[in-house]
Write a protein that binds this ligand. Structure first.
Ligand code: C2O
Ligand code: CU
Ligand code: CU
Length: 539
């Protein structure tokens, strides 16, 4: 079966069903009925912070106001071809105009540059012919500001966000989150970077201004002036969609002219399903200064860096030893993806997960008058200790499996407002969670054969820390080909879990109470329902 895809064309029956279910549901005073015996009803959106919240600022005057729109547009991605896209555009309507920084010629949304402590108001207008809602990935915001699919607005609809930036400095991002439609909408172009700054980051004296290069890695398949999504239908959904070409910041064949000095690369894997094994083509090790939730305590060096969908990493790179005229390439190195699905692996991807390819060239074209040396110390992480956890030796386990034709979390798929007791945590607590990737078909890992896919697991709300990883024998070979590239030292909101792997994380639930999401960030899996609510309960 071949299915075309183009912005403006919705073939997804899920969206229509959901739209009907949602119409008439207002935001304030939302009342959600129980929909299964194990469902906990949510009476209303919490509007005040309970005692014990670690959120320092909760209100006050708005510092920045942004008007954001989702629009249908065309962009010249390939020379001479106007490609149909959907994109998020924005302008500052109050405050510093530098907060919104468009990427010229790209379908990507503008880079938003915010500061910790800022009060931000974003008025979002949906002008695409499909429901949508925007999520601020990695930011810790109240539940009704988080872009949960229950707040999706139809074409012509508006959603008003207002929140304080409580996160530390870091490379965050924003993208749509309507249920069943996140994959196609992000793919059509709706995503952008959200960079938060703070005093601690300023003090670290990392390369800034033109020596800081944001890089969004994505893959796309083109057919003339159209982007092609899910050409292999169900198989692409099960495996996760992999495009035929690699784009950086929305352009193929990315080249960055650089001076012979140090740079900070702020890299987001904005792909629907692709894993990157980042490396320099000349074998130089990678120097990592930050991950999802901002700066590490100190730089770490890796032979390569493993970056699953939605993960971010900031690299410090020095082009000073390179001769003027030299070119260095950032590449994705080959690895064993561990991807098998009952023998149907790799769908028809032109560039399967695990193949080698170039990402971007850095042409050293001029001498530099100054440079920024690599700082020895970067930040205070303020990590929790296992002693803080209410369940240090009994993790809350989430089993990732494939059954009954779909991807599941503890045998369940997403229901708009459903949350089970196993997904309900006490406000104010710190907990150990464990993601266990049990493998593929039927959840089985039979006969020593590794079956399954790697799943990048993401939690909304506060960032977590990765405690440890263990792998079973069946999954070991694939795991070994990526594990030296994990950077688990800092704060994370997304963690790659390989087939057969158990990843234990430690997380506080001390910010905003309410109903939030956790899910696989392979967007096709998320859309299929590999997503669940969790409830931070104050009662
Ligand atoms: Cu990047 Cu629930 O999202
Ligand atoms: Cu998120
Ligand atoms: Cu997945």
């Amino acid at each position: 079966m071949v299915r075309g895809y183009g912005p403006g064309v919705s073939t997804d029956p899920v969206s229509r069903r959901r739209f009907l279910a949602l119409s008439g549901g207002g935001v304030a005073g939302l009342v959600i009925a129980a929909c299964s015996p194990e469902t906990v009803p949510i009476d209303s959106i919490a509007t005040t912070l309970p005692a014990g919240s670690t959120i320092p600022v909760t209100g006050g005057p708005v510092d920045v106001e942004i008007a954001m729109r989702a629009i249908s547009d065309t962009v010249e991605i390939k020379p001479g071809v106007q490609t149909d896209v959907w994109r998020l555009v924005a302008e500052v309507t109050r405050g510093d105009a530098g907060v919104v920084e468009p990427i010229p010629g790209s379908y990507l949304g503008p880079t938003l540059r915010l500061r910790q402590g800022q009060r931000v108001r974003i008025v979002f207008d949906n002008e695409i012919p499909q429901e949508t809602i925007v999520h601020w990935h990695g930011l810790d915001v109240p539940e009704d500001m988080d872009g949960h699919p229950r707040f999706a607005v139809p074409e012509g609809g508006r959603y008003e966000y207002e929140f304080t930036v409580v996160n530390r400095a870091g490379t965050y991002w924003y993208h749509p989150h309507p249920h069943g439609l996140t994959g196609p909408q992000v793919y059509a172009g709706m995503a952008g970077l959200l960079l938060v700054g703070d005093d601690e980051e300023d003090a670290a004296s990392l390369p800034g201004d033109e020596f800081e290069l944001p890089m969004v890695l994505q893959d796309r398949t083109f057919d003339g002036d159209r982007l092609v999504y899910l050409p292999n239908g169900m198989m692409d959904q099960m495996m996760g969609f992999l495009g035929d070409e690699i784009l950086v910041n929305g352009s193929p064949d990315a080249v960055f002219p650089v001076a012979a000095r140090s740079y900070r690369l702020r890299i987001l894997n904005g792909s629907n399903a692709r894993i990157y094994k980042l490396g320099w083509d000349d074998g130089t090790p990678l120097v990592v200064v930050a991950t999802d939730g901002g700066l590490l305590e100190a730089p770490v060096t890796r032979p390569y860096v493993t970056l699953g969908p939605a993960e971010r990493v900031d690299l410090w790179v020095d082009f000073e030893p390179d001769a003027i005229g030299a070119t260095r390439k950032l590449v994705s190195l080959p690895f064993e993806s561990g991807q098998t699905m009952g023998g149907m692996m790799d769908s028809n991807a032109l560039i399967p997960n695990g193949s080698a390819f170039d990402l971007a060239s850095f042409d050293v074209d001029q001498a530099a008058s100054s440079t920024d040396p690599l700082p020895e110390r970067l930040s205070d992480l303020g990590l929790s200790s296992l002693d803080d956890a209410v369940n240090p030796t009994a993790p809350r386990t989430i089993v990732l499996s494939f059954a009954r034709g779909t991807w599941m979390l503890n045998g369940r798929t997403f229901q708009m407002t459903e949350v089970s007791p196993e997904e309900t945590v006490q406000f104010g607590s710190t907990e150990v969670w464990e993601f266990f990737n049990a493998g593929g078909m039927g959840g089985g890992r039979m006969g020593g054969v590794s079956e399954g896919l790697a799943h990048p697991m993401h939690m909304h709300g506060q960032q977590f820390q990765v405690l440890d990883r263990t792998i079973d024998d069946a999954g070991r070979a694939a795991w070994e080909s990526l594990r030296e590239g994990y950077v688990d030292e800092g704060w994370k909101d997304t963690v790659l879990v390989m087939p057969g792997e158990r990843v234990r994380i430690l997380r506080r639930f001390t910010g905003f109470p309410g109903l939030f999401l956790y899910h696989c960030h392979i967007l096709e899996h998320e859309d299929m329902g590999m997503m669940r609510n969790f409830l931070i309960s104050t009662t």
